[in-house]
Design a protein around this ligand. Structure first.
Ligand code: NDP
Ligand code: 2IT
Length: 445
């Protein structure tokens, strides 16, 4: 049994109840075969054993009182996965599906993603099985205050800097920040995605979606093409999906779909983003309401069909993990889709991503394609440290630079290992190398 096989077998034994973590870990480990096979030092220092084991896992009770006076208890997590190249950095997810395996998969992906940004940030992730849907602002505030009442002792601007993810946006970051400040008596950059009047960075809200599109734009440029005139299918209708849509539209593409957990809309004429923002960001409503704005749009319930049946040139899954499976990949290829870029974290199953790559689709894995969000979070940290704020144009230009650099880094790395166009391999190896060198330098810790 070679080194990678041994690590996979051990991980399967230890984490049998964490399928998403095993999925993420196996994908990375398979890519690393060629690297660790070339140099025995990795095995000598147990590097992969350490890489797949989080440095620290914090799990805690989050008690809060709902509007009717009833006590509710949720479970909170923070997985501090790897601090070799910087303080732990990664979002918080509030969604009923959250469990330790989900947070570990997200934290693991974050290690390599953060490394790819070229900025000094380690990997971490956290969250809770709390469901913000249908809760009042007052309930969300009490939940966030309780969550931070435990979390504050584990985080800090030089230790661990959380941010948003599914179910955690500007409102939640505000409540969390307020409680941290009250508990520590310190106004400091402990969270990113903050409001613009209290330490937030311009362009952070837009960054993940914009960054995704900048990466695809750079790829298109490399093959002498552009977004102009292309039809794009997007899933999700949250932060990432909305700003990916905005940037595609600015570049002359037509976004024809969006989804939420109940269904999807198809609008041949192109998505009306003002309507989406009103439904989703202002009213916190359901996507089905879109047909009230546009009678020519078609809404399909989740039980009646999937968004990936829509013919498109480019597909950008921006909702959640494993939302695009092998059957969807086959449909996309058959209908002529040529590019898939992951705005979400691991939205494509392993079999689907391999099928896409083997059938001529340029496939951009989330740890590269959605790194603009955390990259801009790192820029927010820099601004907080120097107590300055940069203009939208400055931050946006740096974001674009980060995404262009990541594209060329993963493209060149894939070529270096004889796998031209394999951006999964390129991202995993390029992300790993920087972290691995830092771990080697820092001894057995
Ligand atoms: P939001 O909460 O803003 O939006 C999430 C969207 O995805 C909503 O439309 C939601 O539908 C849908 N969704 C969530 N869970 C499910 C599910 N289980 N099944 C079907 N649809 C679902 O989150 P973000 O836009 O911030 O995050 C989307 C993805 O992007 C996630 O994978 C996240 O990890 C990733 N990501 C986010 C970054 C960021 O900066 N925010 C950075 C990098 C990656 P509904 O409204 O019905 O719940
Ligand atoms: O998955 C991610 O990269 C995020 N949710 C953003 C993390 C961050 O720290 O900005």
């Amino acid at each position: 049994m070679d080194y990678v096989d041994k690590i996979i077998a051990d991980a399967e034994k230890k984490n049998a109840d964490q399928p998403e973590f095993l999925q993420a870990a196996k994908e990375v480990l398979e890519s690393l075969r060629v690297v660790v096979g070339r140099d025995s030092v990795y095995e000598e220092v147990g590097l992969l054993e350490r890489l797949v084991e989080p440095e620290r896992i914090i799990q805690f009770r989050v008690p809060w009182v709902d509007d009717s006076g009833k006590v509710q208890v949720n479970r909170g997590y923070r997985v501090q996965f790897n601090s070799a190249i910087g303080p732990y950095k990664g979002g918080l997810r509030f969604h009923p599906s959250v469990n330790l395996g989900i947070i570990k998969f997200l934290g693991f992906e974050q290690i390599f993603k953060n490394s790819l940004t070229g900025l000094p940030i380690g990997g971490g992730k956290g969250g809770s099985d709390f469901d913000p849907k249908g809760k009042t602002d007052a309930e969300v505030m009490r939940f966030c205050q309780s969550f931070m009442t435990e979390l504050y002792r584990h985080v800090g601007p030089n230790t661990d800097v959380p941010a948003g993810d599914i179910g955690v946006g500007g409102r939640e970051i505000g409540f969390l920040f307020g409680q941290y400040k009250r508990l520590t008596n310190a106004f400091e950059g402990v969270l990113t995605g903050k409001g613009l009047t209290w330490g937030g960075s311009l362009a952070r809200t837009e960054a993940t979606g914009y960054g995704l599109v900048y990466m695809i734009e750079e790829y298109l440029k490399s093959i002498g093409a552009a977004f102009e005139g292309r039809e794009v299918a997007i899933s999700g209708s949250g932060n990432v999906a909305i700003f990916a849509t905005q940037k595609v539209q600015q570049l002359g593409g037509t976004v024809v779909t969006m989804t939420d957990s109940n269904g999807f809309i198809y609008h041949k004429a192109g998505i009306d983003l003002d309507a989406i923002k009103e439904i989703k960001l202002i009213n916190r409503g359901r996507l089905s309401e879109y047909t009230k704005f546009h009678a020519d749009a078609v809404y399909t319930d989740v039980a009646d069909g999937k968004v990936w049946n829509t013919p498109c040139d480019v597909a950008l899954p921006c909702a959640t993990q494993n939302e695009l499976d092998l059957a969807d990949a086959k449909t996309l290829v058959a209908s002529g889709c040529k590019i898939v870029g992951e705005g979400a974290n691991m939205p494509t199953t392993l079999e689907a991503s391999i099928y896409l790559q083997q059938n001529g689709v340029a496939f951009f894995p989330g740890k590269a394609a959605n790194a603009g969000g955390v990259g801009t979070s790192a820029l927010e940290m820099s601004q907080n440290s120097e107590r300055l704020s940069w203009s939208f144009e400055e931050v946006d230009a740096m974001l674009r630079r980060i995404m262009v650099d990541i594209f060329h880094n993963i493209d060149n790395t894939a070529r270096e290992y004889g796998k031209e166009g394999d951006y999964i391999l390129g991202a995993n190896i390029a992300g790993f190398k920087k972290v691995a060198h830092a771990m080697l330098d820092q001894g057995i810790i």
